[in-house]
Ligand binder design. Structure first.
Ligand code: SF4
Length: 352
């Protein structure tokens, strides 16, 4: 392997979002020494021909970054443990910490690209519902203010469900009232807002009843669509239309990660970063199975999910799990994700 990223969920996440494709893994309390010990195991690993992994990146989070109070030391440690240039911040920040730690915005302003994504599920009641935390909506607004104050532009992501269709005008006016376009221009940035698509895996599978349908598109105000980066494109197409193509697709899902990476949860269970961290994808447990067995499973793609990902034709999944009368909107890859999740649940029923 020329590169592997290792993401360790040492603290977890302050939220418990209903759309979270990572699911509802428990928050852990790993120590710095445990994190270092995990890193050492990967660095010292050798395959059957005595070859190691050329470059590695270590991350002390795989859900919300910077949740722990010693986030500055952890970022320093990630850089020390990782190969040069492989410790990365991406565009992810903790909006919880932005709202609750006054010094955080100034710190991140020196580190990351000048953008930060902030998620909403509608107005206050729905955003608190979506993030399963009272006060989440207010925190997202406070985080927006703190980002602007240090020259970082907020990028608002709205997840539209059936619950918030009647408050999209109010959401539009919130953007206008906060003068987000003008204020981003003042810091020589561009304000972006977009309608996100909910991946039906992890916790996201449990809110399928709230997924918007073809007829709901008429309820999204044109003015709101006109200011959204990709309009309504990310909502995708109705299931019955997508099935016309998927039912003749002989390729398998072949999900790939953006870059080779594995995720370790608070119980030391290890997952490939290909799809939701669910039982059928699990590579093993670092404590009980050991690193050799885990990296061999990762390299040779031997977990049930990884095998299905390479071998079951999408047409077969579509025939088994597609709903011909469904008008629910999906991005094509999200619908395939749902099929894989349904396949995984069936696998669990038959094997666990
Ligand atoms: S979506 Fe992000 S913030 Fe929400 S629970 Fe998942 S990791 Fe945490």
């Amino acid at each position: 392997m020329s590169y592997l990223g290792v993401m360790v969920d040492i603290a977890g996440c302050p939220n418990h979002c209903r759309h979270c494709w990572l699911g509802a893994h428990k928050n852990g309390h790993m120590s710095i020494d445990e994190f270092k010990y995990i890193a050492a195991q990967f660095k010292h690993w050798r395959d059957e021909d005595d070859r190691g992994i050329a470059e590695m990146g270590f991350f002390s989070w795989w859900r919300e970054p910077d949740y722990r109070d010693d986030y500055r030391e952890l970022w320093q440690l990630e850089q020390e443990l990782s190969s040069p240039g492989r410790a990365e911040r991406f565009e992810l920040l903790s909006t919880w910490r932005l709202a609750n730690d006054e010094s955080y915005a100034t710190w991140v302003a020196s580190l990351v690209p000048k953008k930060c994504q902030i998620t909403f599920f509608g107005m206050e009641g729905n955003t608190d519902w979506g993030m399963r935390r009272k006060g989440a909506f207010k925190d997202q607004l406070k985080a927006t203010e703190r980002l602007l104050a240090v020259g970082i532009s907020p990028r608002w992501q709205l997840f539209i469900t059936k619950r918030c269709l009647n408050e999209l005008d109010e959401f539009l006016h919130l953007i206008y009232d906060m003068k987000l376009f003008e204020r981003c221009e003042n810091i020589v940035q561009k304000f972006e807002v977009f309608i996100g698509g909910i991946s039906p895996e992890g916790c996201g599978y449990e809110i399928e009843d709230f997924r918007v349908e073809e007829d709901d598109l008429n309820r999204i105000p044109q003015e709101f669509i006109s200011i959204c980066r990709e309009g309504t494109n990310m909502l995708g197409q109705p299931e019955y239309k997508l099935l016309d193509y998927l039912i003749i697709e002989n390729q398998s899902a072949n999900f790939l990660a953006n870059f080779p990476c594995i995720a370790i949860d608070a119980d030391y269970d290890v997952y490939p970063n290909i799809a939701e961290p669910a039982e059928w994808w699990k590579l093993g447990n670092l404590k009980t199975d050991g690193i050799d067995s885990i990296l061999k499973a990762y390299r040779d793609e031997t977990t049930p999910g990884m095998i299905a990902n390479r071998t079951i034709p999408i047409a077969e999944l579509a025939r088994r799990y597609g709903q011909k009368n469904s008008k629910k909107l999906y991005d094509k890859s999200d619908l395939i994700c749902r099929f894989m999740h349904q396949w995984g649940e069936d696998w669990m029923m038959n094997n666990i």
